[in-house]
Design a protein around this ligand. Structure first.
Ligand code: AP5
Ligand code: MG
Length: 215
């Protein structure tokens, strides 16, 4: 069965980490708008050039840019066949309402992690510049800072500076929390505790998603 999931959680909550694992479990593509934008910036595409200054400073990229990117991606064959796991979209009520016009959402997950914990996780996060695989100083690659998957350089993200992180968390509270509330109103929202080991959080997510899917 194709599942159509959206995952919320403040910056550093573990959306990207858990989405990779859930994507394997449910056989649905992991679509991270942050990863898509970072690839566009690296390739200097028109969207990347437009998005870069917003991302570097920790601001949201304008809704009209994001809607074009996501609508195009959700029309691809793998999504039509297997569903999707959206990570980082929608982040505003405008995006959620627009998404409702071109996709049905089975479950929206709110992965809850307190602010003091996400700040620690962000400061120890490292990511592969090439494929985006997520590491941390506690769980680094096997050999130096070289990605286990693709051999790329593993570095700190450009927007993981204290100034940009503070802005991102403010945008989460003012723009994305109302979006989560909007999904609560549609009856598809489940809240999941994001504290604990990766395995504990994955098991909790799968249990909550399966319960919601079963109705
Ligand atoms: P995006 O890339 O989505 O960044 P974000 O929302 O800031 O979220 P993060 O990626 O920082 O956190 P995460 O929850 O994925 O955490 P992770 O799994 O890495 O967006 C970047 C920018 O793009 C935005 O600021 C905006 O400018 C733009 N953008 C994107 N989408 C947009 C949209 N829809 N509209 C407008 N603009 C948009 O985990 C963090 C760390 O914690 C890692 O080191 C990991 O190893 C570690 N960790 C994870 N789980 C655990 C655990 N259980 N225990 C211990 N450590 C853990
Ligand atoms: Mg992420």
């Amino acid at each position: 069965m194709a599942v159509r999931l959206v995952i919320f959680g403040r910056q550093g909550a573990g959306k990207g980490t858990q989405s990779s694992l859930l994507s394997t479990h449910y056989g649905a593509p992991h679509i991270s708008t942050g990863d898509m934008l970072r690839a566009a910036v690296a390739n200097a595409t028109p969207i990347g050039l437009e998005a870069k200054s917003f991302m570097d400073s920790g601001q949201l990229v304008p809704d009209e840019v994001m809607l074009g990117v996501v609508e195009e991606r959700l029309a691809e064959r793998d999504v039509l066949e297997s569903g999707f796991l959206l990570d980082g979209f929608p982040r505003t009520v405008v995006q959620a309402e627009a998404l409702g016009h071109f996709a049905t959402i089975d479950v929206a997950v709110d992965l809850q992690v307190p602010e003091d914990v996400v700040l620690e996780r962000i400061s120890s996060r490292r990511v592969c510049k090439n494929c985006g695989r997520i590491y941390s100083t506690e769980a680094p690659p096997a050999e130096g800072w070289t990605c286990d998957t693709c051999g790329g350089d593993v570095v700190q993200r450009g927007d993981d500076t204290p100034e940009a992180v503070a802005k991102r968390l403010t945008a989460y509270a003012t723009e994305t929390q109302p979006t989560i509330d909007w999904y609560a109103g549609t009856g598809v929202l489940v809240a999941v505790d994001g504290l604990g080991t990766l395995e504990e959080v994955t098991a909790r997510l799968i249990a909550a998603i399966d319960a919601r899917l079963a109705g």
